[in-house]
Design a protein around this ligand. Structure first.
Ligand code: MG
Length: 383
């Protein structure tokens, strides 16, 4: 029986992962959540989990009251690190939101625990550190992001050195075909209305700005050891083709399925097995037509910023990611308009100098500088 720990257990990926664990008898050794103590306590009870962590330290006593007396309650980054370094764990699912996932990922790798990675910011900001240390420790990183799972699946049984490039698909989000003018006054509700995928708030906003695709572009470079020019982004409006790979002979292999995260989550947790999955069957004739289009790089400037950032390298990806996290939080708080997210990310990219990445502090410093820059810009009244 496999043993798993889940960081981000109360979120969209976490709750679906627990469903997969139940179905296939995977034992849950520990759970961590940001602030949802009610659900975390309920998950611990239901699944007989004896170690839990609530990231938000002020919620400790509330959680302690809700769980059984034999449950160890941890908090903060220390708690996440303790879970990441638990013994006897086969795989850690990291599905926390944002840069906060970086240190736990590195801790688990250091401990020799395989990782199912849904926390893309980890690879965007600290890709070099994560990949180098995973190689050194012989740790496997199984992608949970649907596109990267698709690429990973398409590569099975083929020679990586014969890969020519990848086709990274994008849904286009709720604002596909819209112009900047039309996006001037869109509100939070509209930005949160994704046409195909049901996800958390931060990633849904990232999908509306196409920042999500930019982050995935960078994530793919690290996961599959690619150069930027080897990645073509294609809008696949129905989210049925989850991405594809092209080999030297120009043969293209794609992975398809209904847009349901349970498929990539299960593949990461059960790899290399393919067992029954609690999701719908794909009927291509129900869809009838699948469409393919180029993304609009002018309107969706976050995407352009990410490609520039990884092309320059160093801490630039951490800078665009940090700026985006701060800008998205400000948008969700009603402090800035939708289009300002892209403007702030682009400005941070242009105005904050990158450094080389030699240790995790370089990444954390770049992240902090980007967030401060965005905060200052907003205070100056660029909303
Ligand atoms: Mg994705």
């Amino acid at each position: 029986m496999k043993r798993i720990t889940i960081l981000g257990s109360t979120g969209s990926i976490g709750t679906q992962a627990i469903e997969i664990c139940d179905k296939h008898g995977i034992e849950i050794a520990a759970l961590a959540a940001n602030s949802n103590v009610q659900l975390l306590a309920q998950q611990a009870k239901q699944h007989n989990v004896k170690t839990v962590c609530i990231y938000c330290e002020q919620k400790r006593s509330e959680l302690e009251k809700l769980v059984d007396s034999d449950v160890t309650v941890l908090t903060g980054m220390d708690g996440l690190k303790q879970i990441a370094s638990m013994d006897g764990v086969d795989i850690m699912l990291n599905s926390v939101v944002g840069m906060v996932g970086l240190v736990p990922t590195l801790t688990a790798i250091e401990h020799g625990t395989d990782i199912a990675l849904a926390n893309k910011e980890t690879l965007v900001a600290g890709g070099k550190l994560v990949i180098n240390s995973a190689k050194e420790k012989g740790v496997n990183i199984y992608p949970v992001d649907s596109e990267h799972s698709a690429i990973f699946q398409c590569l099975q049984g083929n020679k990586k050195q014969q890969l020519k490039g990848i086709i990274l698909t994008a849904s286009g989000g709720p604002f596909y075909k819209k112009t900047k003018k039309e996006l001037e006054d869109v509100g939070v509700e509209q930005a949160l209305a994704h046409p195909n995928w049901s996800m958390g708030r931060k990633i849904t906003i990232d999908s509306a700005t196409l920042m999500n695709k930019g982050l995935e572009f960078i994530e793919a470079i690290w996961l599959f050891d690619l150069k930027p020019e080897q990645i073509e982004i294609v809008v696949q409006r129905q989210s049925v083709v989850h991405s594809a790979v092209e080999f030297m002979d120009n043969s293209v292999i794609a992975q398809m399925g209904v847009p349901d995260m349970k498929i990539p989550i299960q593949y990461a947790l059960l790899y290399p097995d393919r067992l029954d999955c609690p999701t719908k069957h794909l009927s291509l004739t129900d869809y009838g037509t699948l469409s393919f289009d180029k993304p609009d790089y002018d309107t969706f400037d976050c995407l352009t910023a990410c490609i520039k950032a990884i092309t320059i390298g160093g801490t630039k990806p951490a800078i665009v990611n940090g700026a985006n996290e701060a800008a998205v939080a400000a948008f969700l708080d009603g402090k800035i308009k939708f289009l300002k997210i892209g403007e702030l990310v682009t400005k941070a990219l242009e105005n904050i100098k990158e450094t080389d990445i030699t240790c995790v502090q370089d990444v954390l410093d770049a992240d902090k500088a980007a967030r401060e820059y965005v905060r200052e810009q907003i205070e100056k009244g660029v909303n």
